[in-house]
Design a protein around this ligand. Sequence first.
Ligand code: SAM
Length: 453
Amino acid sequence: MIDTFPIAFESRMRHSLGTAWDLFASAHEHSSPVAIRINPEKYKTEGPGQRVPWSAHGRYLSERPVFTLDPLLHGGAYYVQEASSMFLEQVFRQIVGPAQPLTLLDLCAAPGGKSTHLLSLVNRESLLVANEVIRSRATILLENIEKWGSNNVVVTNNDPQDFQRLGGFFDIVVVDAPCSGEGLFRKDPQSMKEWSADHVMLCSKRQRRVVSDVWPTLKEDGILIYSTCTYSTLENEENLKWLKSASNVEFLSLRLEDDWGIETIAQDGIIGYRFYPHRVNGEGFFMAVIRKKEKHHQPSIGNLKKTFNTASKKIMEQLDHWIKDDEDFTFIQREHLLQFFSSRHRQAIEYLTRNLRLLSAGTFAATIKHEKLIPEHALALSLHVRQENFAEISLTRTEALQYLRKETLTIALPQRGFALVQYEKLPIGWVNVLQNRLNNLYPAAWRIRMVDR
Ligand code: SAM
């Protein structure tokens, strides 16, 4: 809840909203709606709460639970996401369609809201590159991607201009741009303290730079999805007008239901969609969908030299036992770490590996230690883990939280070896069952510190 808005912000918004200013201001006296997006691959029931109107898997919750203390969140059953930004889904429902395999870039991807959503919207033949320029945030992105469990994804840590090396590579580029965050004032009052007219200007310039940097990597007829969580026209409409003047583009329209409360902006040949908190059940947001009507430079994938070390036959035989054979996977080894991805993406991943800084490609499967395989945490959360080949340990909520705190579990021991621990049938990690104890293999860096009261 907000005491006072920055003066320059208020006077600009009063001017643009007119009589609606009072409604806008009073919306900031209410708390933000709480929403999650369920993972349809992991959450097989309808899920809790009321549907977000523009997203099949978005749900409003009536109150904010302590998410950290819900083991289902750590198992990737859902993602906590602001409802307005789930509008991205409409581009796929109305324009793109589910059939074709796509190559997608989520350029500003951390912490992973749009990327996990994209993975639920495209088919498994598609490949998503989820990128984040800030290293510490890229680590959080990777964590959330691993929880989601999809394999058709590469996580990179690159500056936008690095993507120019690829040539026209992507069918869809999502630029969820760093912005002045005016739409988040209610949810995150700290963002209001950082607001200034100069910062809006700086953001606007940076957004143009970021879009220019990635423009060459979008194919002809490819789609740019540009979004911000701010109202300022400098960061939205003016940037779109700039793009229209600098490039050959077509703005694409989406059908809206009246009761969604989303405002269509159509001026000077641009089209965008704006979300105000007094009109939608969500926070401030802006999105536009733009088709590139220009030729792209062909990527020179050419004859690739061998980029990867594929895993030895012996290791692959062992991994076959751990990983479903629902796809033809390529297994690669980097030092002691084994990863796998669909062989159909092999050439694309080789090309990306040679041009970008990859943090992961597909799913981490195992580490080799003293010639033995130790399963990676990402494999426990993967949609491709062969669950039936591991002992399963079902935990109560209290035990699951002990596990997530990396504490010692005192439960009946199953047969020796690696076992999958589960909460409500959802795998949440590994333990190694020894003769008379369990080793908790939960990643130390992910350990939760909160205590249940
Ligand atoms: N798409 C994310 C999601 O849905 O969870 C939220 C992205 S957030 C609005 C913008 C991201 O852009 C941040 O993670 C930030 O670190 C990143 N960023 C900051 N400066 C950037 C730059 N110059 N180029 C590209 N990304 C940048």
